[in-house]
Structures are given as structure tokens and as C-alpha cells.
Design a protein around this ligand. Structure first.
Ligand SMILES: Cc1ncc(COP(=O)(O)O)c(C=O)c1O
Length: 341
């Protein structure tokens, strides 16, 4: 039985167990439905079995060795990946100024961080892609690469995997911002079937609730022990069920069509709006610059004059994040604003 159906099933037993709200005592009434599905690992419910099966089905969809559902964000997936493949005193290659979870993961493993840097593109003000010549993999046990970057710059993961393999290093790809990639050919190739570990946030672009995410394992190591060390023993089954529903949707004809529709609309914006320049490798991250405005001035103008908030800005450019929930209407308003800049 799917996790979603298991939560819907009526329980006939009297539960003298946790949680003591017993799915019926709604202190915060607005979250009534959430309480109803908030169950524990009781014999009456036995959600562990359904979760195992849901993760197995996900691994078939993604064609991975294992796909773990995470309810503490990509942060927990990155930490678990490092703890799974690195031992005390071993070296891990990470990028300077990467997301804080990379350095924290290395610290928690008792490993030694060594750093690589990425040149910043003069044209766009964003870090460039990670290429083999920028990383020194010799003597390290694992390498963490962020692809796509916040701004949608993607790296050639196959090339990086080759370099890692030749040097007996594990490749961990932080694909937190690329959870839609496995479901659309118009988007950059996902790392899920290439890297040893790939971590994706469902909540960032793929319609998931905060902080749902996935850890995909594609090597012969298990991440289960590491996850057990850092995770609660009382996981949120409503969140876990939402992950199952989320993946089913992304993988459905309807979900794939929705991703394509959003991309087609952005393609139309890119071809018809002439007063801004578009950059980046991932069309769903609308990276723009204007010849008469700095990135910060552009961001401020969009915010103050057009009620539009961007995701990330630098001196040169600004990026507007889109995802599965970006409506046609929102994109239409963005187009009107860009035309009037
Ligand atoms: C590149 C990158 N990696 C990892 C994370 C952590 O993701 P989460 O918020 O799902 O824990 C973030 C969050 O902003 C991020 O930008």
C-alpha cells in the first residue's frame, strides 16, 4: 500500500501511544488535516513498511540504487552522504563559499576540508561551472560539487565523475536546485545516475513542502546508518507522504506536461523581451541583466515598481526563480514588467 493510502486508512484501534494528539485533538485548528495524518510507528499503522516500499518505487523511477526521502532538507542529505563515504582524518574537497552544509558535513565526519575556488564570470557576476582543471582530486576521499548553482550554472557531471573515479574519490553532487531535471529533457542532465550521491531539495523548485528533499545513492555504500545518526526517530509521515505524492506527480504525464508548459512560456519571454539579456544554463532560473542598471538597481526596481521579488542578485545580474508552481499568470506579469524596464 502506498504511504498516501495508508495515511487515509481509518484506524480502529484505541491508541495509547505517541503522538498523544491521537489524530483528533487539534490545538492548531488550521492544521486539522495535518494532525489527522500525523501518525507514529505504531503496530496499528505500521508506516515503516509503506515508507520502505515508497522509497523503493522512487528508486525505480529515478533508476538509482537507493533513494531516501528526507524531511530535513538537502542539508541532511549532504551531511549523510559525507558521513557515508568519509572517515576521520580523510580529506574532502569542497568549494569555498559553498552552502554551509558542505563544510558542516566535513566537520561532523571529523574529516579535513580542502578547498577549490570557482572564477566569477565578469559578464554575469556569478560563479562559473566546475571543470576538472579547477579541482585537485589527488589524495581526497570525496568531492562535493554544486550543480546547478543558485543561478542555474551547471557542470559536466560525467567529466567530473571520470576524474573522481580515476582518483578513487567519491563524487557528491549538491543538486538542491535541480530537482526537476530528471523529468524534462529540455533541462540540464541530472546527476542522479552519474554521481555517487546526489541530493535534491523538492521544496525549492519541484513543488515540495519545506523542507522535503531526496538523497539518491548510486554507489555500493549505504547511507542508512548515517541518516539514522542525524535524523529524528519520529519522522513526519505527512511530510514523507507528500514526498511520495510529489514524485508521482513529477513523473506523471500531467507533471511532465506542466514542466514543459512553464519552459515554453519562459522560452517565449526570452525570445520576445529585448531590453534585458538572458543568461544561465537552466531556463527555469531566469538570469537577467539590463544595460543601464546594475543587478542591485534592477532588483530594487522590480521590487518597488513592479512588486516582483527575485531570488538572488549580484552587482551585474539578478535571478528570478521558477519551478513547477510558477503560474502562467505570474510569468505573464513578469513579461509585462520586463518589457517596461
Ligand atoms: C546550493 C544549496 N545546497 C544546499 C542547500 C540546503 O538545502 P535545504 O534548504 O533543502 O536544506 C541550499 C539551500 O539554500 C542550497 O542553496
Amino acid at each position: 500500500m502506498s504511504l498516501i493510502n495508508l495515511l487515509r486508512k481509518e484506524n480502529k484501534k484505541l491508541l495509547f501511544t505517541t503522538p498523544s494528539h491521537s489524530q483528533k485533538f487539534f490545538i492548531f485548528n488550521k492544521f486539522r488535516q495535518f494532525y489527522k495524518y500525523d501518525i507514529s510507528e505504531t503496530d496499528a499503522h505500521n508506516p515503516q513498511e509503506a515508507l520502505k516500499k515508497a522509497e523503493k518505487r522512487a528508486s525505480i523511477i529515478y533508476k538509482t540504487k537507493y533513494t531516501h526521502f528526507l524531511t530535513n532538507g538537502s542539508t541532511s542529505g549532504i551531511i549523510a552522504a559525507v558521513l557515508s563515504c568519509v572517515k576521520l582524518g580523510e580529506k574532502v574537497l569542497i568549494r569555498k563559499n559553498a552552502h554551509q552544509s558542505h563544510e558542516n558535513a566535513v566537520k561532523l565526519a571529523g574529516a579535513i576540508p580542502v578547498y577549490y575556488d570557482l572564477p566569477v564570470s565578469k559578464e554575469w557576476g556569478v560563479p562559473q561551472k566546475t571543470t576538472p582543471d579547477l579541482i585537485n582530486v589527488k589524495g581526497v576521499k570525496a568531492v562535493i560539487v554544486t550543480s546547478p548553482s543558485y543561478e542555474g550554472i551547471t557542470s559536466d557531471i560525467k567529466l567530473l565523475k571520470d576524474v573522481c573515479e580515476k582518483n578513487n574519490a567519491y563524487l557528491i553532487v549538491d543538486e538542491a536546485h535541480g530537482a526537476l531535471y530528471p523529468f524534462c529533457e529540455k533541462l540540464p542532465e541530472s546527476a542522479v545516475n552519474i554521481a555517487d550521491f546526489t541530493i535534491q531539495s523538492l521544496h525549492k523548485t519541484a513543488g515540495g513542502l519545506n523542507p522535503t528533499a531526496l538523497l539518491h545513492v548510486n554507489c555500493n555504500l549505504s547511507a542508512s546508518d548515517a541518516l539514522a545518526m542525524i535524523n529524528t526517530t519520529s519522522p513526519s509521515y505527512p511530510l514523507l507522504a507528500s514526498i511520495e505524492a510529489n514524485i508521482n506527480y513529477l513523473n506523471s504525464v500531467k507533471g511532465r506536461k506542466k514542466i514543459n508548459q512553464i519552459i515554453e512560456q519562459i522560452e517565449e519571454i526570452k525570445s520576445s523581451v529585448k531590453n534585458v539579456e538572458f543568461g544561465g544554463d537552466d531556463i527555469t532560473k531566469i538570469l537577467i541583466k539590463h544595460k543601464n542598471l546594475t543587478g542591485y538597481a534592477l532588483s530594487e526596481k522590480l521590487f518597488k515598481e513592479f512588486n516582483i521579488e527575485d531570488e538572488k542578485t549580484n552587482e551585474t545580474s539578478t535571478m528570478l526563480l521558477c519551478g513547477i508552481g510558477t503560474s502562467e499568470n505570474k510569468l505573464r506579469k513578469l513579461k509585462q514588467a520586463l518589457c517596461r524596464l
